[in-house]
Design a protein around this ligand. Structure first.
Ligand code: 5GP
Length: 210
């Protein structure tokens, strides 16, 4: 297959907790070799099963303050009383190498990224099919206390109100369909002319021999 050189892209997925974003991210990362996950730093405690350095870098408030003050974060936000942020270096390194990066960040972080690097950004919002389904998914996840579930439900409307700030919206009713839609978005975005830095040379060589 002919490979034409291109810039990497930054794929942001946002949603209220429980819309299936984590499952979709995991499937994409397992099936696509050219995209890596941005591992955020957070001051919140790990949930059961979460691995430091893989799900998040779990750090203290002091360390978070240091990273922010040194300008080592691409964006950051406070969510549910905890701080979250995206380390800058791995992202710039991946982009330069023509690799794509996947972000699970909220609307506040997405707005900051849009200001800094809009051309490289692809924003996808994931919606649950109904309020009832969202509640069920949060309860079944069983990783959070009842009061946390209530807090996340209350926050969902707030998060969802930002859907018009995204380029694509996927309603996650069926996980296989949603995963296919996500693949389609990524395929089309990778083919965009302006990302394909190798096209000029390719067409030059092509027309030389016509
Ligand atoms: P959770 O605690 O459920 O893992 O994440 C809570 C929320 O924080 C989610 O909406 C998630 O997208 C958001 N989040 C996670 N990491 C970051 C980050 O680095 N920056 C921003 N702005 N939000 C994040």
């Amino acid at each position: 297959m002919i490979e034409i050189q291109r810039r990497g892209l930054l794929l942001v997925m946002s949603s209220p907790s429980g819309a299936g974003k984590t499952t979709l991210s995991k499937r994409l990362l397992a099936s696509d070799g050219n995209i890596t996950m941005s591992v955020s730093v957070t001051t919140r405690n790990p949930r059961p099963g979460e691995v430091d350095g893989k799900d998040y870098h779990f750090i203290s408030h002091e360390e978070f303050g240091r990273l922010r003050d040194r300008n080592d974060l691409l964006e950051y936000a406070e969510v549910f009383g905890n701080f979250y942020g995206t380390p800058k270096r791995p992202v710039t390194e991946a982009l330069q190498a023509g690799r794509d990066v996947l972000f699970d960040i909220d609307w506040q972080g997405t707005q900051q990224m849009a200001q800094a690097m809009e051309d490289d950004l692809v924003r996808i919002f994931i919606l649950p099919p109904s309020a009832e389904e969202l509640r069920l998914r949060l309860i079944n996840r069983a990783q959070d206390s009842a009061s946390t579930v209530a807090k996340r439900m209350a926050k969902a409307a707030d998060e969802i109100s930002h859907w018009p700030e995204y380029d694509y919206v996927i309603v996650n009713d069926n996980i296989d369909t949603a995963a296919r839609q996500l693949d389609s978005i990524l395929t089309a975005e990778r083919l965009k002319r302006r990302r394909r830095t190798g096209l000029t040379q390719f067409v030059r060589d092509l027309t030389k021999n016509l």
